[in-house]
Design a protein around this ligand. Sequence first.
Ligand code: PGA
Length: 260
Amino acid sequence: MEIVIVPDAATGGELIARAIAELLTDKPDALLGVATGSTPLPVYRALKSRVEAGTLDASRARICQLDEYVGLPEGHPESYRAVVLREVVEPLGLTEASFLGPDGAAADIAAACAAYDRALAEAGGVDLQLLGIGTDGHIGFNEPCSSLASRTRIKTLTHQTREDNARFFDNLDEVPHHVITQGIGTILEARHLVLLATGEAKAEAVALAVEGPVAAVVPASALQLHPHATVVVDEAAASRLRLAGYFRETYAAKPAWQSI
Ligand code: PGA
């Protein structure tokens, strides 16, 4: 696992956008797994700037969703399908035809989850999966004690996650209790995992995920099992890392030709 400590969120966004741009140069129709929440927005801004400047052709990229609320009315502006279409798909000049996501409004949620895992496999698998981390250590919506082998399925949000996400809704009561999330086993099948964490509120979860034991109680610690996982953190999110000095030295000494 590579840990990259950047001065701020914008620098992290640029770094990850560069890796995505390199991937799309090598594989123009790469399947990019995207995350929602506030953290990845600098990545999407940096990608949009590249597309607008003509330095990135994302026209054949395919975008897929990590997780989704269950029970929001179709077209709700905070459904993650709506968020990904608004924050990623449209700014990159893509259409819904390039987009894959689970159906959070399906009558048969279990079937919708299984169908999404199949759709990801049939699409050739995710090339790069962008991840955030919850203050409780979740990735996707895999809350603490999610099976490390889990597949896409329905989960119940912790009170902490519902409180963290209440800012996107009028009040806490409107935050759904249930979600569909790619399982940890599903996430680990992506070829490259890139987790971005910014801000002091993430420092403890980052330290446990990176330097603690692999444990279901810290779902993000599953990244330790992946052969190509990159964790990009700003100074605040890195503030509890015991090995921060080593991670800085390693990155500073990295050969210029080597991407993340
Ligand atoms: P955030 O969410 O980026 O809004 O902090 C991260 C997450 O819950 O994975």
